[in-house]
Design a protein around this ligand. Structure first.
Ligand SMILES: Nc1ncnc2c1ncn2[C@@H]1O[C@H](COP(=O)(O)OP(=O)(O)OP(=O)(O)O)[C@@H](O)[C@H]1O
Length: 260
């Protein structure tokens, strides 16, 4: 008898709903969203403004409790995953400490977990190399461009070697050139660290270029309307953006928004 081992997904969300309540209003931000994400997968949450992407990401990160539904991370609760430091989180604008030099920003979470200085330095140097900013390690964040700051924020999120990297529109404030270059850099980093990545965006080309699967959300209330597989080969290079397959996937996804 052959036994086929099927790994259970690293992130499982079942029938998750989120209703924000204030004194006078209720906003149903997510309605019965079910997603399964495999270990090492790169997925994007794609949808128009207000469809609940950030809400979903924050629930995954245990920064927000859903009104109903279940969430399991590596077989345990999201809280257990957070306490076990399984998450690295990158926000829309890089949250860096202006009074600490670049390298010191990256070593900060390592100080917090009590890692020895030698190990901290070694990891930071490795990450600086990975993000191509070794030469800037003794600069302050405010001396860097927006794109460089976001690379530092990514390195800092990766410093604790997270199993899961959650990224909330990390490149949306950047110009098109920097954004496309950072897309490629992010894939190169991901291929080396192997974390599971959940990436929030409202750019269809960005989601297609980066992902193994794109989770399309529709608004009011936020629902998972479609899951699109992206069978483009890896490694993905800039030239791929001009391929007919790339355009076809963009067009397929765009059609799923029509009438929303
Ligand atoms: N703290 C809150 N209190 C009340 N309503 C909220 C709160 N946070 C989000 N919402 C509402 O929930 C819905 C989903 O918001 P969310 O920020 O998750 O969407 P999003 O898809 O990430 O949007 P964007 O792309 O603009 O960042 C929106 O209607 C928003 O107004």
């Amino acid at each position: 008898m052959t036994i086929t081992k099927i790994d259970s997904p690293e992130i499982m969300m079942s029938q998750v709903s989120m209703c924000y309540k204030t004194n006078s209003t209720e906003v149903l931000a997510l309605k019965e969203v079910t997603v399964n994400i495999q270990k090492g997968e790169f997925v994007s949450l794609l949808g128009p403004s207000g469809c609940g992407k950030t809400t979903l990401l924050r629930i995954m990160a245990d920064l927000l409790q859903p009104t109903s539904g279940e969430i399991t991370i590596s077989g345990g609760t999201a809280k257990e995953a957070r306490l076990a430091r399984k998450y690295g989180i990158v926000f829309q604008s890089p949250v860096l400490y202006d009074w600490r030099k670049v390298k010191k920003n990256i070593t900060l979470p390592l100080e917090m977990i009590g890692l020895q200085k030698e190990e901290r330095e070694e990891r930071a140097e490795r990450l600086l190399e990975l993000i191509g900013l070794s030469k800037f390690k003794d600069q302050y964040p405010w001396q860097l461009s927006g794109g460089m700051q976001q690379r530092v924020a990514i390195a800092r999120a990766l410093a604790i070697e997270p199993e899961i990297l959650l990224m909330d529109e990390p490149f949306s404030a950047l110009d098109e050139f920097s954004r496309e270059r950072l897309n490629e850099e992010l894939l190169s980093i991901w291929s080396k660290v192997g974390s599971t990545v959940v990436f929030v965006t409202h750019s269809i080309p960005e989601a297609v270029f980066l992902s193994d699967r794109v989770f399309v959300l529709s608004p009011h209330p936020g629902r998972l309307s479609k899951v699109v597989n992206i069978p483009l080969p890896r490694p993905r290079r800039e030239e791929m953006r001009n391929s007919p397959e790339f355009y076809q996937l963009i067009s397929d996804i765009r059609q799923s928004f029509e009438g929303v």
